[in-house]
Design a protein around this ligand. Structure first.
Ligand code: NA7
Length: 491
């Protein structure tokens, strides 16, 4: 940090060039500050780069899944597909001129705080180091594939792969495909490939509730109108239909027996009753837990597509994988050519496996021994000038992570102002403030719909929902300004 007239220039290392890292880069570029983005892959995009499976679609309406400062008039449809979203981020990266600040092929292996210099040293897999005043961990949430521990998985003779490592050469067309897992990913894949395959066996350990949503394409006239008047885009982004739904949804999450959650449950139940004609299939697809306990699946076509005769829904337990297919506990055998693992991600990793060592030599692994946490999801006691975007305990649910990251950035930016104006050399939340936050958060989290009795990636290792347990407006309000009395500043 160099000082001029009491002001200091702050040098920042951003880890990850996905949606959140690009955001941080744009904001620091606008400030004219020095920063580098380290990206392990050879392209930007994060989750939208890594996921390429058929049917990949964002379940947040496209005009709400954009940066607020970069509305996009050209979205093709209400719910955008993965490649189009990837193109949007590529376009934004170029438009804001941040590509030259991104170092591709640079995996960060460790981040170490120096007590002497009050600087972070970022070490790359190549051994190269970079020294920075501040670190922004924008490394995403769902990027470490969860590979299921199923006996014999390695013995399968055909291609077997996780959905985030899609194998373009694997037989799908006219083939017998097995698909394990029915989160958003598995459901989207069913809708995309059921007409291409000879047979699709969808292994559903826990069937999901499906909330019906409307998909439609924007017309050329609408796109032209959006281009001519971006306020029309704002009218969608900030409409009661979207914002109101988010607020009602988070109210339902927190008031599990209130009218909002009842309405969601009714919609899901009605969708199942009315859409699935065969009573046996309907019962197979009926979850035995409450709607929204797992992340709700938004779909406009799943129930129709799953009734295609090519699809067989298998809800029995898997015994093992054999060279030619999958053997069920009841002895049934499904002969398959390709096996797809839509088995989700390890949601507790965040920046790890990179090692982070803060004050007093304490590691993040140690701090997170029970569960990952961060004060208001953005900062960690003992890890000064280390800020997280979409970090632990932030809101998760069926709403835009872009909006969440933007609000978090507004908060982090104010913390960094204390460094910029020379008031502090480093800043971190006080341990007691964080402990108090976590205590309140955990108590509230246990009463949310996520804790109502199902397994999901929303739960931490102790079975407690790991996310923001209050309403979305509470999150937005908390991000308006940090409570500086909860922070320790060092001159
Ligand atoms: P999810 O939502 O974590 O879903 C994973 C699915 O895989 C779920 O149905 C799991 O069943 C199933 N699963 C996991 N392990 C196994 C084993 N061992 N055997 C059988 N089935 C298994 O991941 P997605 O990729 O679909 O979605 C992740 C997020 O991406 C999503 O929420 C959106 O935010 C976008 P279970 O429910 O545990 O019984």
């Amino acid at each position: 940090m160099t000082a001029t007239n009491g002001k200091r220039s702050v040098k920042t290392a951003i880890i990850g060039a996905g949606m959140a890292g690009i955001l941080a880069a744009i904001k620091l570029r606008e400030r004219g500050e020095e920063f580098v983005v380290f990206e392990k892959a050879d392209r930007i995009g994060g989750t939208w780069r890594e996921n390429r499976y058929p049917g990949l679609t964002c379940d947040v309406p496209s005009h709400a899944y954009t940066y607020s400062f970069e509305p996009y008039p050209d979205w093709k449809a209400n719910f955008a597909g993965g490649p189009e979203i990837q193109s949007y981020f590529e376009m934004v990266t170029d438009k804001y001129g941040i590509r030259r600040n991104i170092r591709f092929g640079c995996e960060v292996t460790s981040v170490d705080w120096s007590e002497d210099s009050c600087l972070w040293t970022v070490t790359l897999a190549s051994g190269e180091t970079y020294v920075a005043d501040a670190v922004v961990a924008a490394s995403g949430v769902l990027h470490h594939p969860n590979i299921p521990q199923i006996e014999g998985l390695d013995s399968f003779e055909g291609p077997v792969f996780h959905t985030a490592r899609w194998d373009d050469d694997a037989p799908i067309d006219g083939a017998r495909v097995g698909l394990i897992g029915c989160g958003s990913t598995g459901i989207q894949i069913v809708t995309a490939i059921n007409k291409r395959v000879e047979r699709l066996v969808h292994f559903q350990r826990s069937p999901q509730w499906i909330l019906p949503v409307e998909q439609f394409e924007f017309t050329d006239e609408q796109r032209a109108a959006f281009r001519a008047d971006p306020k029309l885009i704002d009218a969608i982004r900030y409409s009661d239909e979207y914002i109101g739904a988010v607020l009602r949804f988070t109210k339902g999450i927190t008031e599990v027996d209130g009218p909002e959650m009842t309405a969601i449950e009714d919609l899901c139940r009605e969708n199942l009753e009315k859409s699935v004609r065969d009573p046996d299939l309907r019962e197979k697809l009926r979850p035995d837990y409450r709607a929204a306990c797992k992340r709700l699946i938004y779909s406009w076509c799943y129930y129709e597509e799953v009734q295609n005769p090519s699809v067989y829904v298998e809800t029995g337990g898997i015994e093992r994988v054999e060279p030619k297919g999958v053997r069920m506990k009841d002895g049934t055998f499904h002969e398959l050519d390709t096996l797809v693992l839509a088995t989700g991600f390890r949601a507790d990793r965040f920046i790890r496996p990179a090692g982070v060592t803060g004050q007093g030599g304490r590691t993040l692994d140690d701090f997170w021994a029970v569960r990952p946490s961060a004060y208001y999801a953005v900062a960690i006691p003992g890890f000064p000038n280390f800020f997280m975007l979409n970090g632990p305990t932030g809101p998760v649910g069926n709403f835009s992570l872009i909006d969440i990251a933007e609000r978090q950035w507004g908060y982090i930016d104010q913390l960094m102002d204390r460094l910029r104006n020379g008031e502090a050399r480093y800043i971190a939340p006080k341990a007691e403030a964080h402990a108090e936050y976590e205590e309140r958060r955990i108590a509230a989290a246990k009463t949310t719909i996520f804790g109502s009795g199902c397994s999901s990636w929303y739960l931490d290792a102790t079975g407690v929902p790991s996310s923001w347990p209050w309403g979305y407006q509470d999150f937005a309000d908390a991000m308006v300004a940090p409570k500086f009395e909860d922070y320790a500043l060092s001159a």
